[in-house]
Design a binder for this molecule. Structure first.
Ligand code: AMP
Ligand code: TRP
Length: 340
């Protein structure tokens, strides 16, 4: 039996290097692992947990899907779909909302962060966001969820929910594992190595967007924060900024951390940052070229999403029906299984 892989990304005008190194890169790699079936989802329903302008959301959806295709998601292998086009996600999300505890959701650090940072009032949707994410995952019998480190806690909650439902109603959900990369799972901000790289950072000097021009990339690395001292060495405690830049370099240049450090022995931060910028420019060039292609064909992107949703729904519907029957929802003559 093949392993099911599923992951999601929120639609945004900016998809950054952290998203790519922490998540998208693995999405692409997993497509070619034998005996895996991948499904990837642009999670627009998660996006509206904070205020969105409708025209911007529309653009971000298309932009994010185009980026997924440009980094190498192959829709022939892996359906790529829009979450709101598969209503089963919302339905199972509600059901899981009725099984997750207020206390569990209150402990989610992403909720605490996001609700504090926001000026606008916090919606209930932002609070119950992890239940919808659990629905995305559990609907498809997912085994592995490739994500960055910041999603670990949400995955733990998803596992708890799967086990809870299985205990209450009989074996229903596969208990999924997070797949978090060894390198790049937590890329930090270029302007502040204590905060993770984030599209909602106040300054655009925080991140490298996947579609930043070479000039912009060079400029952002040039002004990136470094640490005291002058040696280019990996030491997350003493040199958090340089360690973050070295992580980016080693992935972009395709070399080990040891080799990356060796290359900059006896060189200063200035030289290092210049070579780093060139490595990232070259690393992103083919992605950017494919992105321009997809951006010039928005109807093709829509077709990919439409076809993806059709395929996803075929998988989601029977699982949702099973869950509803087990809970005693609907008009079945008798609940299948039944709450113990
Ligand atoms: P989001 O943009 O929040 O939907 O995140 C999409 C994916 O990117 C998730 O798997 C995140 O864990 C991952 N991600 C987001 N920010 C970072 C970061 N700074 N470093 C590594 N991975 C990240
Ligand atoms: N919450 C994830 C994030 O912020 C996005 C997401 C939604 C997701 N549903 C998912 C990730 C399902 C993996 C699987 O990055």
């Amino acid at each position: 039996l093949n392993k099911r892989i599923l992951s999601g990304i929120a639609p945004s005008g900016i998809i950054h290097l952290g998203n790519y190194l922490g998540a998208l890169r693995n999405w692409v790699a997993l497509q070619d692992r034998p005996q895996t079936d991948c499904l990837y989802c642009v999670v627009d329903l998660h996006a509206i947990t904070v205020a969105q302008k409708p025209e911007n959301l529309r653009k971000s959806i298309l932009n994010t899907a185009a980026i997924c295709l440009a980094v190498g998601i192959d829709p022939a292998k892996s359906p790529l779909f829009l979450q709101s086009e598969v209503p089963e996600h919302s339905e199972l999300g509600w059901i899981l909302n009725c099984h997750v505890y207020f206390g569990e959701l209150s402990r989610m650090t992403q909720f605490k962060d996001k609700s504090q940072k926001q000026e606008a009032a916090t919606t209930a949707g932002l609070f119950t966001y992890p239940a919808l994410m659990a629905a995305d995952i559990l609907l498809y019998g997912t085994h592995l969820v490739p994500v960055g480190e910041d999603q670990q806690q949400h995955l733990e909650l998803t596992r708890d929910l799967a086990r809870r439902i299985n205990n209450l109603y009989g074996e229903t959900f596969q208990v999924p594992d997070a797949l978090i990369p060894e390198h790049g799972a937590r890329i930090m901000g270029l302007d502040d190595p204590k905060q993770k790289m984030s599209k909602s950072a106040p300054s655009e000097l925080n991140y490298i967007a996947l579609d930043d021009s070479p000039e912009k990339i060079r400029k952002k690395f040039k002004v990136a924060v470094t640490d005291s001292g002058r040696e280019v060495v990996f030491d997350e405690e003493k040199k958090p900024a340089v360690s973050n830049l070295l992580t980016i370099y080693s992935v972009a240049a395709g070399v080990s951390m040891g080799e990356a450090q060796r290359r900059f022995e006896g060189k200063g931060y200035g030289d290092f940052k210049k070579e780093l910028a060139e490595a990232v420019v070259a690393y992103l060039a083919p992605i950017q070229e494919r992105l321009r292609g997809w951006q010039s064909r928005p109807d093709d992107v829509r077709d990919v999403l439409r076809d993806g949703a059709k395929r996803a729904r075929e998988l989601a519907k029977p699982k949702l029906d099973e869950v509803k029957a087990k809970l005693g929802l609907g008009l079945w003559p008798a609940p299948v299984g039944g709450r113990k």
